[in-house]
Design a protein around this ligand. Structure first.
Ligand code: 9W1
Length: 363
């Protein structure tokens, strides 16, 4: 058996996690039943670079049920569930992934997947395909899949330059992927992250959401459901109008900054909440991001304004202002739904990964 995981002894716990996920992924399980009979992947090697989570495990088991052999590396050095990696390794998947791998180890694991000479690739961010095109590999690949917006953009750029060697299905672009991921996945997991990080009551709070795209819309619906007064800030006039029609208060951040108890950015832009906003916020305001990496809240500006800083509990940093006010930043401005919660629930990943399974079958 060929694998590299944190601790193979975690396999039993991983099996339970996988069973729990399977019970919440009915679409993949239906596909698995068909694959088990039709065996579409008999003799096919699949190379995958995906978040090694219980949901991905259910996908991998489904591909195996269809006759495939699967080699799997992580698509992010921090997202691996070591229990799941161990369980899959025991079942004969060539897993090369552990939580907290270094950048070097990360790319080494991807190379180990390519050593299995896959004829189909599955990617989440296009790192596998990028390595495959590095010139070090000479593989015959039928086709591949890509899970994310970023990955699709990278692949489109390669295709435009005429260097992409084989067709790749943009799973991301399926409506049953991005529309459900962003609205229901991010909506719920962001609330979950804020609650786990702070345990604050949401009912009665002024909950300011920057951005009324799919993520903002999903989050707004959930925050309202928790009894919060939801305020939207939005630079796009049509989206702003939609927020008004959906019954939310809409105002510029200059105004929202003065009244908000909890702020969440979901725009995709940089420095959405800045110095001029921090300066007028209420004492005790909570700041979180669920948009793009850690750039939506101006962390440099916040650092410049603070006179003191204290990690008051996991995922919460208290910034003291000159006038005595305190602002609370969650997960250092990183994605609160990943850093303080568990990412998308299995039911949401079920829809994305059903697209993945069927795309591989199409290839
Ligand atoms: N993907 N199974 C963190 C997740 C990191 C992560 C990331 C998901 C899933 C957005 C995929 C701490 C799972 C993943 C659990 C977790 C993602 C980055 C999933 C949500 C996307 C950069 N992107 N995703 N479950 N980490 O939830 O595969 O808990």
């Amino acid at each position: 058996m060929d694998y590299m995981v944190r601790d193979i002894g975690l396999a039993e716990r991983g099996k339970n996690l996988l069973k729990w996920a399977e019970d919440h992924m009915p679409v993949l399980m239906e596909i698995r039943r068909r694959f088990s009979v039709e065996k579409p992947f008999e003799g096919i090697r699949i190379g995958a670079c995906l978040h090694v989570t219980k949901e991905t495990g259910v996908l991998v088991r489904t591909l195996k049920a269809g006759g495939a052999s699967v080699a799997l590396a992580a698509s992010n050095p921090l997202s691996t569930q070591d229990e799941v990696a161990a369980a899959l390794a025991v079942e004969g998947v060539n897993v090369y992934a552990w939580k907290g791998e270094t950048k070097e180890e990360y790319y080494n694991c991807i190379a180990l997947v390519l050593k299995h000479q896959p004829s189909i690739t599955m990617d989440d961010g296009a790192d596998l395909v990028t390595e495959l095109h590095s010139g070090r590999w000479n593989l015959k690949v039928i086709g591949g899949t890509e899970e994310t917006t970023t990955g699709v953009m990278r692949l489109k750029a390669m295709a435009d330059r005429g260097i992409l060697k084989y067709p790749i299905i943009a799973v991301n672009n399926a409506e049953t992927k991005w529309d459900f991921d962003n609205v229901y996945g991010t909506g719920q997991s962001t609330i979950d992250g804020i609650m786990r990080a702070t345990n604050v009551l949401l009912a009665g709070k002024k909950f300011v959401i920057a951005g009324y795209g799919h993520c903002g819309r999903g989050l707004a619906a959930r925050a309202r459901g928790m009894g919060a007064h939801v305020v939207i800030t939005e630079v796009d006039p049509i989206r702003a109008l939609k927020a008004v029609m959906d019954g939310f208060d809409v105002m510029p951040m200059e105004e929202a900054a003065k009244v908000g108890d909890i702020f969440v950015t979901a725009t995709g832009n940089k420095n959405v909440i800045r110095k001029e906003h921090f300066e007028v916020m209420k004492d005790g305001a909570i700041l979180a991001n669920t948009g793009h990496f850690n750039v939506e809240i101006d962390l440099k500006g916040l650092e410049e304004l603070r006179v003191g800083k204290l990690k008051i509990r996991d995922s919460v940093e208290e910034y003291s202002m000159r006038d005595g006010r305190k602002l609370y930043l969650l997960t250092e401005g990183r994605l609160v739904n990943l850093a303080a919660a568990e990412g998308h629930p299995s039911e949401v990943m079920d829809m994305s990964f059903a697209n993945q399974a069927l795309s591989v079958e199409y290839c």
